[in-house]
Write a protein that binds this ligand. Sequence first.
Ligand code: SAM
Length: 207
Amino acid sequence: MPVAERRRYSPAADRNRDPILDALRPHFPAEGVVLEIASGSGQHAGHFAPALPAGVFWQASDPDAEARASVAAWCGGVANIALPALALDVTTSDWHHALGAGRVRLIVCINMIHIAPWAAAEGLLRGAAVLDAPVFLYGPFKRGGRHTAPSNAAFDASLRAQDPAWGVRDLDDVAALARSAGFVAPSASEMPANNLSVYLGRRPAPP
Ligand SMILES: C[S@@+](CC[C@H](N)C(=O)[O-])C[C@H]1O[C@@H](n2cnc3c(N)ncnc32)[C@H](O)[C@@H]1O
């Protein structure tokens, strides 16, 4: 198949890429690797990687082979990308073994934890804790048990109709999970279209 035809296209990824980049940029490391979990089409990777400081690389990943082919199609020749995208499924117990110790300085996961079972959020933070890397999440969240907009409530219902294990997560549940995995309290910022960006820093090891 011609490379261009392997490209998946997400209109939402085009709409949200600049606000997400603005939120991400302050968290970019000065060295090492930014690991993206659930890269999907690869549009975000292709847009964010060239904005990294020189010498920092964006490593895309997705468990879905067609998504990885799409990442390759969007990102071939893009600056600061480490290809191929890795086949990482964060519900597997050892997904973090694919990454060298100490190389990953930030993990980015956009629009995944609500379109996967809660075990994916658990696995994501468990592996991130082993890698000792902070995590940046983006997507819709409930706050204090409530949806923040009717559109998010409708989206949640449509997700649960597709798979009862999916659904918009509550930021309080993410915070509790993060705390148990050694992260500090989430730093959440409101984003367009009733989404949040959520930064989970690592809790410093006791002296
Ligand atoms: C809605 S797409 C989001 C893609 C992209 N981040 C974006 O915002 O356009 C969700 C992605 O999560 C991936 N995914 C689902 N379960 C996963 C898991 N257990 N581990 C890693 N990625 C997963 C899917 O393959 C899919 O590419």
